[in-house]
Design a protein. Structure first.
Length: 423
């Protein structure tokens, strides 16, 4: 608008000069004055149109900020909420690799989906009902073609397991800042993953659930190489992850200076209790989780599961993680399965590309499949982050061993190399 005022002042000055000028000069300037007035009117109209556009944009920006509660995810370019009162976020990842396994007699290679963090896609919608209350939904499905948890020596087909979308989350939630969060639907129970708290930056290739890397590979009998009737890796290794994901009603307390409690009730009478503590101190970051679950309402074998984990990351990049768990069996004839797990790691920022994480781990898993089974696993792992690309490249070598009464079984060696791209 300052430009318009300046032009108007200039027009006034020229008009004054026109009146005071000789007739011939005045006639020439009359034409110039008419042209100048036309230009001024055109510029004023343009300025008015731009002002209307700016006003419209400001209203749209205000509407977006209000509808997503300031979280900035009403639209993504790929998805738009069907309800302008509810914010929408689309996310997902593809995680593919090459798995090499050697059972002591035969070596095989598989093109796989990494079961430690499967290929998936999800949608989150929420609305800020009040300053304190958020109402939201979460839909997440996975698609694992040739999962590392299922491929085996007898089958090298991409149709292994369910070659289709499977549910992970079908959730509705009400989150109140002072009261806590209530979840309804398919999703994680309170005790889910309480044994896999891990700050090392290497969970993509190794954590307490060690069977994710080669769960379907069977142990081979020493000498003959026979695998028929022998257990697979996934049969004898378990981190006893509580009630996992299920259709449940779940409640979590608000965060209380780093502490949080939760409980779930699952169809069939299963229930659990869990607690966590997450805090960053001056010299380290600490994360602790633990849970007790009672699956006896539907399980014919297990009456209770207790498990937990602790992980700490020092400011210098060194980190340590421990986890343990125990299942109480219903039958007096069965030993209670248990496990212990330890990981030591180091994370550094050596390049501008992203953080580099190394780790070594060891786990002992006893009586998981049957009495007197002693299974152990250890691994060396590396994850390189490419932050600006949303990409991680990784590699892991893992060794699995099993001592079973009446059997002589060879160790299994597995190498997994791959990449995960998240969006």
């Amino acid at each position: 608008m300052n430009l318009a005022r300046n032009l108007f002042s200039l027009a006034t000055l020229l008009a004054f000069m026109l009146v005071a000028a000789p007739p011939t000069f005045a006639a020439d300037n009359m034409a110039r004055m008419a042209e100048l007035e036309r230009v001024i009117k055109a510029q004023q109209a343009q300025l008015a149109a731009q002002a209307k556009i700016l006003e419209k944009m400001q209203k749209e920006i205000g509407s977006l900020a209000k509808s997503d509660g300031g979280k900035g995810f009403v639209t993504t370019g790929l998805a738009k909420s069907g309800n302008d009162k509810v914010g929408l976020k689309i996310y997902g990842q593809v995680n593919r690799g090459v798995l090499l396994v050697d059972d002591g007699h035969n070596a095989k290679a598989f093109s796989v989906d990494n079961d430690s963090s499967s290929t998936r896609i999800g949608l989150v919608g929420n609305v800020e009902a009040t300053d304190d209350l958020t109402i939201g939904t979460k839909i997440e499905v996975q698609f694992e073609s040739n999962s590392t948890g299922n491929v085996n020596q007898a089958n090298n087909s991409s149709t292994i397991a369910s070659n289709s979308f499977t549910e992970r989350h079908l959730d509705l939630f009400f989150a109140h800042k002072q009261i806590g969060t209530l979840w309804l639907g398919q999703g994680s129970t309170a005790s889910d993953a309480m044994a896999s708290t891990d700050l090392s930056g290497t969970t993509l290739v190794g954590y307490s659930s060690v069977s994710d890397i080669a769960g379907g590979i069977s142990f081979a009998t020493s000498g003959t190489g026979a695998i028929t009737g022998n257990p697979a890796v996934g049969d004898v290794f378990s981190d006893m992850t509580g009630l996992g994901r299920d259709d449940r009603v779940r409640y979590d307390t608000p965060d209380m200076a780093g502490f949080q409690l939760g409980t779930s009730l699952v169809d069939g009478g299963e229930w659990d209790l869990a607690g966590s503590y997450n805090r960053e101190f001056e010299s380290l970051q600490l994360s602790v989780g633990g849970g007790y679950s009672n699956p006896s309402g539907t399980s014919t074998t297990t009456s209770s599961i207790t498990h937990g984990s602790l992980s700490m990351m020092m400011k210098n990049g060194f980190n340590a993680t421990v986890a343990a768990g125990k299942s109480k069996m219903k039958s007096a004839a069965r030993n209670d399965p248990g496990f212990q797990y330890l990981k030591l790691g180091y994370m550094a920022s050596w390049t501008k590309l992203g953080k580099t994480a190394f780790a070594v781990d060891y786990g002992q898993y006893d009586d998981v499949a049957q009495n007197s089974d002693e299974a152990d696993a250890w691994a060396l792992m590396l994850v390189q982050n490419f932050t600006d690309w949303g990409t991680e490249v990784y590699g892991v070598y893992r060794n699995y061993g099993l001592k079973r009464s009446g059997s002589n079984l060879d160790d299994i060696d597995a190498v997994l190399m791959g990449a995960r791209v998240k969006f």
